[in-house]
Design a protein around this ligand. Sequence first.
Ligand code: NAP
Ligand code: G4F
Length: 327
Amino acid sequence: MAAKRKAFITGITGQDGSYLAEILLERGYEVYGMIRRSSSFNTARIDHIFGELELVFGDLADGSAMNQLMRTIRPDEVYNLGAQSHVRVSFDIPEYTVDIGALGTLRLLDAIREEGVRCRFYQASSSEMFGQAREVPQNEETPFHPRSPYAAGKVFAYWITRNYREAYGMYAVNGILFNHESPRRGPTFVTRKITRAVGAILRGEQDELRLGNLDAKRDWGYARDYMEGAWRMLQAEEPDDYVLATGEAHSVREFLEEAFSYAGLDWRDYVKIDPRYFRPAEVDLLVGDYSKAKQKLGWEPTVRFHELVRMMVDHDRERRTTEEHYL
Ligand code: NAP
Ligand code: G4F
């Protein structure tokens, strides 16, 4: 019997890591996930598959741990999803955000190179790199204009991934992913903040929702679809970079309208604008052109805006324990 393929995931406790781990287990991989030591449990998103995973401690800030993990595991595929991924927070802790997002990527790539591991490498690049975008929609050739420390760090990570591909012949790819959401989305990102508020309002537990800029437009897809795309990128014959998106832009206001009206509520009765949630520099409009991924990987999003909003509201209508919150 052929040996199982080994995958190594950073960021396995996050939204994307949990979906990717499920996909890889379904496909017969031995899945190694790197977790950070925490003073309380932070594995709610992977508790249902806990027994099937090999979890190892590590941190993208710790280069020697990266070397040791690559040397001992010797994975076939590496998915680098770990990051301080909140754009607003990156203005508060810029150095940390860039240390993990940018230098952390370099540490991991260099550990693979130094340890002579012949694996395929996926980098979680972001549509935030387009920032003040020069064209609409954005594709793999659109120039970057990052608007936050988070995005500037992701631009470095994108280029160092390409550099290791070009310099050392590594199979290293960038998935340039537009916003993707799910019932497992972190509660401080705008979509989940809205759908959790809808649930709490329906249960009589909340009577106002404080938000920032309602005019920003994003291209919101479903996280599981995007992790399917990430896996396909590593199965292609040649390494390349791909945009994953839905091609549809909607404003935060439209998201509010859709989520509240689906629950029979009027968002205007609850939403207060709070300057705390504005950003020093905003990204006004992101919308992606995924035609390269469609043509070369046969990838297409299966869930569109209306279905996504409803899926998240349906999930958040139910009262849940902390453990159930992300399932
Ligand atoms: P997420 O839910 O915020 O998860 C982030 C993950 O990174 C968590 O597992 C977190 O671990 C881990 N992490 C944080 N700091 C770390 C460190 N110092 N060392 C190692 N791991 C660390 O993010 P996500 O939505 O799943 O996104 C996954 C990746 O895709 C991120 O790199 C993000 O920047 C990128 N991305 C996301 C989107 C999107 O719309 N979701 C779009 C484009 C790109 P803890 O649980 O211990 O905090
Ligand atoms: O939900 P957001 O925080 O996501 P953002 O900034 O687009 O970043 C997410 O997607 C990126 C891909 O493009 C990822 F790389 C990144 O890791 C992350 O997953 O904010 C979306 C929009 C922004 O324009 C923001 O200003 O919503 C606006 N917004 C309005 N009120 C708010 C709020 N955002 C948050 N988080 N909280 C608010 O109260």
